[in-house]
Design a protein around this ligand. Structure first.
Ligand SMILES: O=C(NC/C=C/[C@H]1OC[C@H](O)[C@@H]1O)c1cc([N+](=O)[O-])cc(O)c1O
Ligand SMILES: [Mg+2]
Length: 214
């Protein structure tokens, strides 16, 4: 049977990137998506904004919702100091299988914990599974209709603290209107929009950075 797009993306990494070199894995995926097949990675333009926020926050605990092929997982994990862990949640087993290989190819498997399952089921288990009290940083890039319910769940599970940073992809395209309305109007968040473009295109999109105020 025909290979899947994530499998072809992984093959491009294995053929073009240097094992153990995260930047070459990132570049190989961006090249594949620009010149062979578009894929829903956060991409290089929004990825640079992601990098700058991660460097500013210097998180000791970080969570990613929606791993897909592991592109943003590699972007985040490559910036984390030793001893810190990025937990990434992925619902789709086929995506998770590819992501594990991409993360390993980048040599970042010791900084990443990929958990397969639905974010709505896994978020309440973060404390018991990892002993995590609160997350310093959360990158949100999974199903767009799950953004709002899942941050409300993070609040309910007391997994956010004063100063926790949420960074959400695709707030314009495909769009997350209910999420945007909530973080921009809630007294519990201070929100800021970073205008950019949908990965590998000229279509407008952007990232919303929201600080939890407690
Ligand atoms: O659906 C998107 N992301 C959510 C991914 C959903 C699927 O991957 C993770 C989840 O388990 C599900 O199987 C998306 C879609 C577009 N797009 O242009 O359609 C662009 C993006 O950056 C996106 O993150
Ligand atoms: Mg996205």
């Amino acid at each position: 049977t025909r290979s899947t797009r994530p499998q072809r993306l992984l093959r491009a990494v294995q053929q073009k990137a240097i094992k153990g070199d995260p930047q070459s894995v990132i570049s190989a995926i961006d090249y594949f998506c620009r010149h062979s097949e578009w894929a829903m990675n956060v991409g290089d333009e929004k990825g640079s904004i992601l990098d700058s926020v991660v460097c500013e926050v210097c998180p000791t605990t970080a969570l990613e919702l929606g791993t897909y092929c592991g592109y943003s997982t590699v972007r985040i994990a490559r910036l984390l100091p030793p001893g810190t862990k990025l937990i990434t949640l992925e619902f789709n087993p086929a995506f998770a299988a590819v992501a594990r290989q991409v993360i390993e190819y980048a040599g970042l498997q010791n900084k990443v914990c990929l958990v397969e399952g639905a974010s709505g089921d896994l978020i309440p288990k973060m404390c018991q599974m990892f002993g995590i009290k609160t997350f310093d940083f959360v990158f949100i890039d999974h199903w767009k209709d799950r953004y709002l319910p899942d941050i409300k769940l993070l609040e309910e599970c007391q997994l956010l603290r004063k100063g926790s940073i949420l960074l959400a992809d695709n707030v314009i395209c495909p769009g997350t209107p209910e999420y945007l309305e909530y973080v921009r109007n809630s007294p519990h968040y201070e929100s800021k929009y970073f205008k950019s473009h949908l990965e590998y295109t000229k279509v407008e999109d952007g990232l919303e950075k929201s600080v939890f105020l407690g």
